[in-house]
Design a protein around this ligand. Structure first.
Ligand code: GLA
Ligand code: ZN
Length: 668
């Protein structure tokens, strides 16, 4: 049974690791948390070694004390099960817990997330700790939600995993003959004659069969998912009323979050943009995380208040940027703005990681003041912002298995990277003032007016059908090169590319030319405009579609490069190549026009200004975010808005300072 999270406020808080500091600091922590407008603390994420000192030896005293201090200070709890790092004595006593890496080397003790998902001792001990935590704190009045483990994600190649993989394959394929067929093991005469011959794909073993590689990723994602479910079962049994999350990592390749999401009550994720990340790169990840649970509000579980310590250059977030990025998460559906971490570690790896409280412990520091100001602001506006859902008519299709399939492919180009293609298309639309949902191809597509499927190499059963139904009903569809190549087992479609999408697109893709990094072809559009294109150039045969751009160079000059095919009430576009920004925007413009997609409230925004709309039963809120380091002006349609943050009436022109944010309502 799932629990519907119903948080009373925008969660503002984050990771708290008090065990790294003497007890005298804890009262000061609570005092400062109140000053910072924190209402929630996440702990004890890495508490295992300080809680379980031996097989039957426990010490919860420190945690009891901290929790009471937080509670009496009015700080709620995001309680971690604490299982993200095993203590030294456990790894020493139970070596089956330690993972084997992709080189086939067994780990020694150290670090975190080092456990094998099939280790029986890990299962026993981690659920043991989760049980203790749930029994001890499950009815604590401060408990708001559970946080299982932390950032799941490491792959294991040990013998326990190998055995479990073979059993998993038996269930999946039934017979070895079927597996041999699906993976095309006749290639290089590699046909298996016994299940025991199948090895995990470590670096010096079988890595030439995409079917095997993709299945191993599926299997490991599912194995870690099961590990999470084991702890979840404990929590559901003891505290059925408390919502559960585990923190995700956005475009994190190893885990198929679409498979994990249905079990969680709320999605949370850790956003650590690189210093040169573009607003649309951040927006894409928020949209992906929002799409995991059908647009339900989610949590920004971690962001650094100032800087990271693990990038090459850990630049400071400029004044205002932490606030801007917090509101950007909210603009994309977050009901929580949380940080890693409360107080800087006094030593070890994260000593220099940004925190709300610096080593000096002062509340007159820039970062502390920015956090406190945001906390106060959120407390003022949360009543109207909570619970809204982002409104958009546009969906990008994103599929982890397809990601693996695209990148395990040998050819056509080393530069063909799934996320890169996704980002390029998403940002072209972002530039036009439209943010999209990012959803699984298997989700309900019927409500969308525009559906974009970048590099959808793997077309799984039912997907072509649901896209066709949406287009029949009037939606526009855009897909690209390297789509419709394989089925769900990564076997090629042998009836011509793009496989089951061919009749929707009205084309046959005969060949695909790879362009080296600096190579360009030209595009001549039917409106006489010219653009450049790169990456791949498909040679397209029209089978009913009309070309809207042709190549200008090489032996295929004059041939179709971008096509459109009217289908039912809608239209399907095919990009046989990657146009430059201007070219891409012109294709999106025609798809938008055809499908009737509009900007929120019809407002057009200058470059790097983002606009989204969240709708709740209280009405509609427009989030307008200036990602520029200079002031901008935005023209509003002739009606009055009220600015939720400063309660001012805004009409005709909204002026936003550098990194400024406005939340507008029409309820004046
Ligand atoms: C991750 C982890 C945190 C911390 C931060 C540092 O998100 O979940 O424990 O290590 O990274 O950026
Ligand atoms: Zn293992």
């Amino acid at each position: 049974m799932q629990v519907k999270p119903n948080f009373p406020f925008v969660l503002h808080g984050g990771d708290y690791n008090p065990e790294q500091w003497p007890i005298e600091t804890w009262d000061e922590d609570v005092r400062l948390m109140q000053r910072a407008g924190w209402n929630i603390a996440t702990l004890p994420v890495f508490g295992w070694g300080n809680l379980q000192l031996g097989e039957n030896e426990w010490n919860f005293t420190w945690l009891d004390q901290v929790i009471e201090k937080l509670h009496s200070g009015g700080i709620r709890l995001c309680l971690a099960t604490g299982t993200a790092a095993t203590p030294p004595w456990i790894d020493q006593a139970y070596p089956d817990i330690l993972r084997t890496d992709s080189k086939g080397v067994k780990r020694r003790h150290g670090g975190r997330h080092t456990c094998c998902p099939h280790s029986p001792n890990f299962a026993r001990l981690s659920t043991g700790l989760a049980t203790k935590m749930a029994e001890r704190y499950g009815s604590h009045p401060a408990l708001l939600l559970w946080h299982i483990s932390n950032e799941y994600g490491e792959t294991c190649y040990c013998n326990l995993c190998a055995e479990a993989f073979r059993s998993w394959l038996k269930v999946r394929y039934g017979t070895l003959a079927e597996l041999n067929f699906r993976w095309n093991m006749a290639f290089w005469g590699q046909t298996y004659t016994d299940w025991s011959q199948i090895e995990p794909p470590v670096e010096n073993a079988q890595r030439n069969f995409q079917g095997l590689l993709i299945d191993y990723d599926r299997f490991q994602s599912e194995s870690l998912h099961n590990q999470c479910l084991a702890e979840m079962e404990v929590l559901r049994r003891i505290t059925p009323q408390i919502p559960i999350t585990t923190n995700f990592m956005g475009t994190f390749k190893p885990l198929d979050y679409h498979k994990w999401a249905p079990d969680l009550d709320i999605i949370s994720w850790d956003s650590y943009p690189a210093r040169n990340a573009t607003p649309s790169q951040i927006a894409l990840r928020h949209s992906l995380m929002r799409g995991l649970k059908d647009g339900q509000p989610w949590m920004l579980m971690e962001q650094t208040p100032s800087q990271q310590n693990w990038q090459s250059y850990n630049s400071l977030k400029r004044p205002g940027v932490m606030r801007l990025w917090s509101y950007q998460a909210m603009a994309h559906g977050a009901d929580a703005v949380m940080y890693f971490q409360w107080r800087r570690s006094p030593g070890a790896q994260e000593m220099l990681h940004g925190a709300v409280v610096e080593h000096a412990g002062r509340e007159d520091a820039r970062v502390f003041k920015e956090v406190a100001a945001l906390g106060a602001e959120l407390a003022r506006i949360e009543k109207v912002t909570l619970g809204g859902r982002v409104k958009t008519d546009v969906a990008f299709l994103f599929d982890w298995e397809n990601w693996w399939a695209v990148e395990y492919s040998s050819g056509p180009s080393v530069d063909l990277k799934y996320i890169k293609v996704m980002e390029t298309l998403y940002s072209a639309l972002f530039d036009l003032g439209i943010v999209a949902d990012v959803v699984s191809p298997n989700s309900d597509l019927s409500g969308y007016r525009l559906i974009v499927a970048p590099a959808l190499k793997m077309v799984k059963p039912g997907v072509a059908e649901s896209i066709k139904a949406a287009v029949q009903g009037g939606a526009s569809f855009i897909t690209t090169f390297f789509s419709g190549i394989t089925d769900a087992t990564d076997r090629a479609f042998t009836n011509g590319y793009p496989g089951p999408l061919s009749d929707l697109l009205g084309i046959w893709v005969e060949e695909s030319d790879a362009l080296a990094q600096d190579d360009r072809n030209g595009l001549h559009f039917s409106d006489q405009s010219e653009s450049q294109c790169s990456l791949l150039c498909d040679r397209i045969q029209l089978q009913g579609a009309e070309a809207i751009a042709h190549y200008t160079k090489d032996f295929y000059a004059g041939e179709p490069a971008i096509t459109v095919f009217p289908y039912g009430e809608g239209a399907a576009f095919y990009l046989g190549t990657l146009p430059d920004r201007a070219g891409l925007k012109s294709v999106f413009r025609s798809a938008i026009r055809r499908s009737g997609v509009t900007m929120p409230h019809g407002i057009s925004v200058p470059k790097d200004v983002e606009i989204t709309e969240r709708v709740s039963e209280l009405g509609s809120l427009l989030y307008i975010l200036n990602h520029n380091s200079n002031e901008v002006e935005i023209l509003l349609p002739a009606r009055n808005y009220r600015s939720v943050i400063d309660d001012a009436v805004v009409n005709h022109t909204l002026t936003l300072p550098a990194y400024g944010v406005a939340i507008l309502t029409t309820e004046v």
